[in-house]
Each structure stands twice: as structure tokens, then as C-alpha cells.
Design a protein around this ligand. Structure first.
Ligand SMILES: [Zn+2]
Length: 269
């Protein structure tokens, strides 16, 4: 059993063969997947997909790239949230087969939304998640200090995952200390990414999730092509080498971890 904890199956890049992609995932042993929204339209699409496919669950949220779709900077440093957008997000989050809020976070590499807007939209979603008692799926790129600050200033009882973890060990230590999970994706299989191996080797095994982040970031040996959930097996194989165990053991452990975080098995979902 493999659990792909982070996908974007609603992506237009799966238009035309989405059902075949989901069927290939099942054949490869991927029994559970979470598909994550990035704004309201993709969140709605994720909800519909999850409700139509066994083993598929959804997260709804506003990605930092899309933060400007849900808030705007009305004066320097003064951000006005779009209350209707967040009301709809909360309504979507209450629907069947929604297991998390996200993805949300900060991205100072691309800066597709102004940073004050990214920060306000993240802080608001953290509070919303705590109010709804849902875990969060966090995105972070070149924004470690602000991510830590905003999460530490938010709800203490926060549960969640730092998805597609690529940062340095200091951020990993902070996240694990806060009770968060780390999600690793295809880049851990890249020759150019070596620091992650040591982090994953040393971290507590009950706190790791594996993911594809498809259609992006296909792992070796599929690198450069469109990614899909079946390829999460390559991430499991890589982790198995680091942990000096076999892929099935990694698959079972990480699936149990994801099921625990997302509350699957508890509510008969
Ligand atoms: Zn993603």
C-alpha cells in the first residue's frame, strides 16, 4: 500500500487521460491519494474528483502563488482579505472527503503574489484550519524565517505537513519540534539534491510522508516528464535505501503516517 500525500490531479495536464492515470496508480499499489487545490476553482475541482473516486481525498486552500486571488494590499503592509472567498473555502472544507486545508504557505522564489498578501492569506488559513480542526499542507520556498514566525504565532494545536520538503536541516528540526510532518517528493531522487538524504536518514520514521506533487517534479528515472501518482514508488525506493529497509516497509509506514495525519481510519472515511 502506497499513499501519495500530495497531488494536483485536477491539473489541466491530466485532461484527456485522468482516469487512466488514476487506474495506473491503483495498479502500482497507490491505494490512497490527496489532491490539493491552489485557489477556489481548483479546490472545487479537487472536491469533485475526491467525491467521485475511491481512495482519493481532497485538500482545499489558497496557494501563495494565488494569494492575490483572495486578498489585496490596500495600502503598504495593509491587506484586505476577500471575505466571500474565505467563506466559500470554509464551506468547501466542510464537505465530504476533505481531509486538510491547503496547499498554503509562502513562496519568495517566484513572488507571484505580494509578500504581505502571501503572509496574510497564510495566517488566515492557519486560523481557519484550527477552527475546523483540520490539518494543513504547507508550501515553503526561500521563506523559512517568515514561515516559522507565522506558524509560531498561529494556533498552538496546529497539525500539518511541510510538503515537498527541500529546506535545510534547521527548518526540519523546527518542524519536527512543532509536531509537523515532513513530505518528500521527487527531488530526493535527484543527484543534485544530497542534503535531504541525511535529514530523512535521521528523522523519526513516524513523521515522514511521501508524495509526487504531480504533475510536477517527476522523480528519477522519469525526471523531465509529466509526473503521476504511480511514480511515488520511486520515492519509496529511495527512502528504503536511506533507511536500510525495503520499499514495502516504507510504503506501509508512510501510508500509516499520512492516514494518521489526515484522520482517515478514525471517522470511517
Ligand atoms: Zn503542490
Amino acid at each position: 500500500m502506497l499513499f501519495d500525500s500530495h497531488t494536483h490531479l485536477e491539473s489541466p495536464r491530466f485532461e484527456g487521460d485522468r482516469e487512466a492515470v488514476i487506474a495506473r496508480a491503483r495498479e502500482a499499489g497507490v491505494t490512497r491519494m490527496v489532491t490539493c487545490g491552489s485557489d477556489l476553482p481548483t479546490s472545487r475541482a479537487c472536491v469533485a474528483l475526491a467525491q467521485a473516486h475511491a481512495g482519493l481525498y481532497a485538500a482545499v486552500g489558497i496557494h501563495p502563488h494565488e494569494a492575490r486571488s483572495a486578498a489585496q494590499e490596500v495600502a503598504p503592509g495593509d491587506v484586505a482579505l476577500d471575505e466571500a472567498a474565505f467563506a466559500e473555502l470554509a464551506e468547501l472544507a466542510g464537505q465530504r472527503r476533505i481531509v486538510a486545508l491547503g496547499e498554503m504557505g509562502l513562496d519568495y522564489h517566484y513572488d507571484f503574489s505580494p509578500r504581505p498578501v502571501q503572509r496574510a492569506v497564510l495566517a488566515h488559513q492557519l486560523a481557519l484550519a484550527a477552527g475546523l480542526d483540520l490539518p494543513v499542507i504547507l508550501h515553503n520556498r526561500e521563506s523559512d524565517a517568515d514561515l516559522r514566525r507565522i506558524v509560531d504565532a498561529g494556533p498552538q494545536e496546529l497539525r500539518g505537513v511541510l510538503h515537498c520538503f527541500l529546506a535545510e536541516s534547521a527548518l526540519a528540526e523546527w518542524a519536527l519540534g512543532r509536531g509537523l510532518y515532513l513530505g518528500v517528493a521527487g527531488p530526493i531522487t535527484f543527484r543534485s539534491v544530497t542534503h535531504l538524504d541525511e535529514i530523512v536518514r535521521q528523522m523519526p520514521r513516524e513523521r515522514l510522508l511521501i508524495e509526487t506533487d504531480c504533475p510536477y517534479l517527476a522523480p528519477e528515472p522519469r525526471r523531465g516528464r509529466r509526473n503521476e501518482p504511480a511514480y511515488v514508488a520511486y520515492v519509496a525506493e529511495h527512502v528504503a535505501r536511506l533507511w536500510d529497509t525495503d520499499s514495502d516497509t516504507v510504503a506501509q509506514l508512510t501510508a500509516a503516517n499520512a492516514s494518521r495525519l489526515f484522520g482517515l481510519d478514525e471517522h470511517g472515511r
